[in-house]
Write a protein that binds this ligand. Sequence first.
Ligand code: FE2
Ligand code: FE2
Length: 298
Amino acid sequence: MSQILQNFIKQAQYNPLHSLEEWEEDLLNRYPDPHSIVKEGKTTQEYRNYETPTRETVKEFYRLNHINQTYNFVLEKEKNFLKFDKKEMSVWDAVEFLNQLVDDSDPDTEMDQLQHLLQTSEAIRADGHPDWMVLTGFFHDMGKVLCLFGEPQWATVGDTYPVGCAFSDKIVFSEFFQENPDYNNPNYNTKYGIYEPNCGLINVHISWGHDEYFYQMMKNYLPEPALYMLRYHSFYPQHRENAYKHLMDNHDREMFKWVKLFNPYDLYSKNPTPPDWQKLRPYYEDLVAKYLPATLKF
Ligand SMILES: [Fe+2]
Ligand SMILES: [Fe+2]
């Protein structure tokens, strides 16, 4: 086999998705927009029956995610990336940097990262929510720059879940966890693992990805509900499936109302008419300047 072909296969195994959006499209299959279902006159159950089977690329992505996200892996990534010594950029440099994540799946229907961020934030703004929530919408996926630092897709996006305790069978494709080394480790494979009942999520390590990374970067700048939205927006096993309530405390339960409020803006704000960035830019420049310093350490 030629070196080029070998490299190609290695790369395909490492990053099976054509783009990071493939995971988000799969989320839409799993959690279809209740409004569009009503319009089509279907129940959620019926809608699910019509869904196409998960693409092989997405399945492989989940497999890699589930076998590799161990407790030790997460601690290592936290140690490495939460030093924030990779790059110093203004928010605007970061947006441009993020937009290098070009899509090679379908150039007609896919939008770039900035469009997804803007559509989320504009939908939040249109509903009259506070400006820090608009900013959160605008930022929520900024942590995907991890991919540009060479991190694999399965350590950048995907549903997130606690590590250090048993993996819930409510997690998508949970059968793949059987190949995760923690699955057979008695320290980590019980209901509570290393944690105490209702210890609060602040004490829980969550699988590594763009959520935790960007939350940590923002934690001194935004109000707490915004931080919960950033940190747990991909934690579908809890905010949609309620599978980890035994680790949450009363404060988490209160704050998850915000995470749930945020989720439909992330999933269902795709708009065929893209927001006009040139027109919106001054508003967002003021908003960023109100809450954040001139540059951020990534
Ligand atoms: Fe996200
Ligand atoms: Fe998103």
